[in-house]
Design a protein around this ligand. Structure first.
Ligand SMILES: [Mn+2]
Length: 326
């Protein structure tokens, strides 16, 4: 039955829990397989000032379009994975280290309960503390798979090590992350800094350009990337920066870049990327102020998260790849 916005748990105001699941703010109460956590934090914005801090609430609102049954999989996802929404991290605007600490602690507690965290950002900086917390639990060697237009490999931005310009650099510096288990899909365009290209090659990161996706297809590329980040089946961390998707489909973001993945490509990419499960997942960089009135960007973001949940459900009921044409 489609979810009605009127009869679902509310986190605050008119903001519902993701997909109308149980709202569980007390983390010691979690009895779930998946915990949604909002990280309404943004630091510097390097192009235009659209905030990403309202993304968790907007994406939750549009998530009510989607119910547990998914035609593509012919499956009731929420029958196989118990999902709860833990609400948002209590961030301190302007204090990045403290806000990141609070996120790390929340993710630590979520994992202690046995649930896998799915984080709704925030800008891309928040992926670093999330991966840090998840990798500490999942241990060495951890894999990292990213869909992004940009390589995000800056050492710092005006001496700040913790901004949206540096998450990939910070993540690969973590002891648990193996350079040979890092792949980035969808890089393109003139907003990548020139020094990032020699750096990723020197580090040995696997980068699939947007052109490679065009030529080889998202399914071939993502299958290969999954073998790199998860050669032994160990679940990787998966991050989706919404700017990997063409602004025709996802205009609500700060550093938008014409060209890029279609909605269909990112949906299929995330399904394949999640075939071995994941130890953590995030969706970042949605800027509701730059979205169009229909909410197309937040809706796509919600759909991507729904598909990630479906992938986990499929692992539990023997339906991996059920969405594919047989
Ligand atoms: Mn990014």
């Amino acid at each position: 039955m489609p979810i009605s916005p009127t009869n679902v748990p509310k986190i605050y105001g008119d903001v519902p829990a993701f997909m109308g699941v149980d709202y569980t703010p007390k983390l010691d109460d979690i009895k779930a397989d998946v915990a949604i956590i909002g990280m309404p934090y943004d630091g510097i914005s390097t192009f235009r000032g659209g905030a990403t801090r309202r993304a968790p609430q907007e994406i939750r609102k549009y998530s009510l379009l989607f119910s547990s049954y998914n035609f593509d999989w012919d499956m009731h996802a929420l029958d196989h994975v118990r999902v709860v929404d833990c609400g948002d991290v209590d961030v301190l605007p302007g204090d990045t280290p403290e806000s990141y600490n609070r996120l790390e602690k929340r993710i630590f507690e979520i994992q202690k309960s046995g649930a896998v965290p799915i984080m709704i950002g925030g800008d891309h900086g928040v992926t670093f503390p999330a991966v840090k917390s998840v990798a500490e639990k999942s241990g060495k060697p951890s894999g990292f798979l990213l869909f992004d237009t940009h390589l995000d490999l800056s050492e710092d931005f005006n001496n700040d090590l913790l901004t949206r310009a540096s998450p990939v650099k910070r993540i690969i510096e973590l002891d648990e992350i193996d350079y040979n288990r890092v792949a980035i899909i969808g890089c393109k365009g003139p907003r990548n800094l020139p020094e990032w290209t020699p750096l990723y090659k020197e580090l040995g990161l696997k980068v699939y350009s947007d052109r490679e996706v065009q030529v080889r297809g998202i399914e071939n590329v993502t299958r290969e990337a999954l073998k790199i980040v998860s050669p032994d089946g160990k679940p990787p961390y998966i991050s989706v920066d919404i700017d990997a998707i063409d602004p025709a489909f996802a205009p609500g973001t700060n550093s938008l870049e014409p060209g890029g993945l279609t909605s269909r490509e990112i949906i299929n990419g995330v399904r394949i990327a999640s075939e071995n499960g994941f130890c953590g997942f995030d969706l970042v960089e949605v800027s509701p102020e730059f979205d169009v009135k229909s909410g197309i960007t937040s809706t796509l973001a919600a759909r991507i998260i729904v598909e990630a949940i479906c992938s986990l459900a499929a692992l539990r009921c023997n339906k991996i790849g059920a969405w594919e044409l047989k």
